[in-house]
Design a protein around this ligand. Structure first.
Ligand SMILES: Nc1ncnc2c1ncn2[C@@H]1O[C@H](COP(=O)(O)OP(=O)(O)OP(=O)(O)O)[C@@H](O)[C@H]1O
Ligand SMILES: [Mg+2]
Length: 458
């Protein structure tokens, strides 16, 4: 009987603790990591560092001096030397650790062992980045941060910089228009493209930037943000009127730069090397970001007459992509497919869009359209995205780097609220005034009269 009581006394709390840990691990992985995962993984790392490095082939033979010193002071056998380890820095999602590479090693050697290290230390993933020659940082991620995305508190915002998603190594993915002026976002239907746009609009809404939308889905995605938009086109006809105005705005800005530089006004635009950022702040025109959702709609034509309009629009888009950056005009293009089959100009426009984000796709060809010129592994990663995870995407840029990212959830109502609250930031751009959408009036409650009016009788 006493045995049973002891078993219950000891086993009960232990089972409750184990159950609680399992629950926290499944439902609140962040809490689990901070309380259980982090101490466990740190203990594993500290106790097994040398042997794991040796098993991964990351050790080097000890120097002669070291051999002599070890032999002279201890009776231990002389073991191979692992890379020198810096202090372990815990974070809310994992831990970081710097290693000084031994002579003859390169960062790729450590990166090749990342999968082995992750299993040895019981973490979700290990990423390796180079800090400076000879020093790499191991970023251990404790749990799948893309399952329920929470952006870190410290994110590098700023003018034309929007932390829009989280990378799988728990660092924020920042859409920076100054370094990557134009971007193409592809993905099948329901893959999360519009959510991505929504985050960008909500992020830029609070900045002194003009937002222009072309949403050929009759405006269902962008119209809720009307209060903050400087212009909105909801079908190809309106887009055909809006695009020449933007091109004219771009040309006016070039004239402004030329005037500032004292260059003759007939110099061709392409020869201007400076941009609007070189102008003094008081004269600098406000940056314009053009969002195009469902870009293929602009290319599809049924009649001969529409074909002319289409060709004009495509040419204008290409001009904006080619010359817009220096004039402070940036493109954010979204679509389900964007291949040569869309017709003349499609591949040329695509080539101008440096940034690439590919959400879930239905076929490899679409992933290749977005990421083919970046890296073959990025195409494979995009094809492996599951439909249960909308918003998950592979982001790359034409410099060859890529990573898995996911946007946090942001409801349309919340994004529209942000736009309404920042409606006063809509910059003055007279050229775009005719395209300014009617902002939906928010239902304001009628104030109840304090006293009922009574007819005056006398
Ligand atoms: N990061 C995310 N987290 C959770 N849910 C998401 C995320 N991104 C998108 N979703 C959900 O997935 C659904 C599809 O998203 P979205 O409308 O952005 O897709 P889309 O690619 O624009 O589709 P379409 O091509 O049909 O316009 C929406 O219900 C949205 O709420
Ligand atoms: Mg959409």
């Amino acid at each position: 009987m006493t045995d049973l009581a002891t078993l219950l006394e000891v086993g009960g709390p232990l089972a409750a603790l184990g159950g609680g840990a399992a629950y926290a691990r499944a439902k609140h992985p962040g809490v689990y990591w901070s309380t259980v995962g982090l101490p466990l993984s740190t203990a594993r790392l500290l106790s097994s560092y040398g042997s794991v490095m040796e098993a991964c082939g990351l050790t080097v033979a000890p120097s002669r001096l070291r051999m002599l010193a070890v032999k002279a002071t201890t009776r231990r056998e002389v073991r191979p030397v692992p890379p020198r380890r810096g202090i372990i820095r815990p974070t809310s999602t994992g831990l970081r650790l710097r290693l000084r590479l031994a002579p003859g090693q390169e960062p790729a050697d450590v990166a090749a062992s990342a999968e082995r290290l992750r299993h040895a230390w019981g973490v979700h993933a290990v990423y390796v980045s180079t800090i400076k020659p000879g020093v790499v940082e191991l970023r251990l991620v404790g749990f799948d941060v893309l399952r329920r995305v929470r952006m870190p508190r410290k994110v590098g915002g700023g003018l034309l910089r929007v932390p829009v998603a989280l990378r799988e190594d728990a660092t924020p993915f920042v859409r920076d228009y100054r370094t990557i002026p134009h971007q193409l976002t592809l993905g099948a239907t329901l893959s999360g493209k519009s959510m991505y746009l929504r985050h960008l609009i909500a992020g830029l809404a609070r900045q002194p930037v003009a937002l222009v939308g072309i949403d050929c889905k009759r405006g269902v995605e962008l119209a809720p943000f009307a209060a903050r938009l400087s212009a909105l086109a909801t079908d190809p006809e309106q887009a055909a009127e809006l695009l020449p105005v933007l091109v004219k705005e771009m040309e006016d800005r070039y004239d402004l730069i030329k005037a500032r530089q004292g260059i003759a006004p007939d110099t061709p635009d392409e020869e201007i090397t400076s941009d609007v950022w070189g102008l003094p702040e008081s004269e600098r025109p406000v940056p314009v970001v053009l969002f195009v959702d469902e870009v293929a709609e602009l290319f599809l034509v049924a009649t001969k007459k529409e074909e002319e309009r289409r060709d004009e629009m495509v040419t204008q888009l290409i001009r904006l992509a080619q010359l817009g950056r220096a004039a402070g005009i940036y493109l954010e293009v979204c679509g389900q497919r964007f291949g040569a089959e869309l017709g003349k100009g499609a591949t040329m426009l695509r080539a101008q869009l440096t940034g690439r984000v590919c959400h879930r796709v239905n076929d490899e060809a679409t992933a290749k359209m977005a990421l083919g010129d970046i890296a073959p592994e990025a195409v494979a990663a995009a094809c492996a995205i599951a439909p249960e995870r909308p918003g998950l995407a592979v982001a790359g840029d034409t410099s060859g780097g890529w990573s898995r990212i996911r946007t946090p959830y942001l409801s349309l109502a919340d994004a529209a609220d942000i736009c309404r609250a920042s409606a006063h930031l809509v910059p003055k751009l007279p050229a775009l005034q005719p395209f300014r959408p009617d902002a939906p009036v928010s239902p304001v409650e009628q104030p109840a009269p304090v006293a009922q009016p009574r007819p005056v009788t006398g």
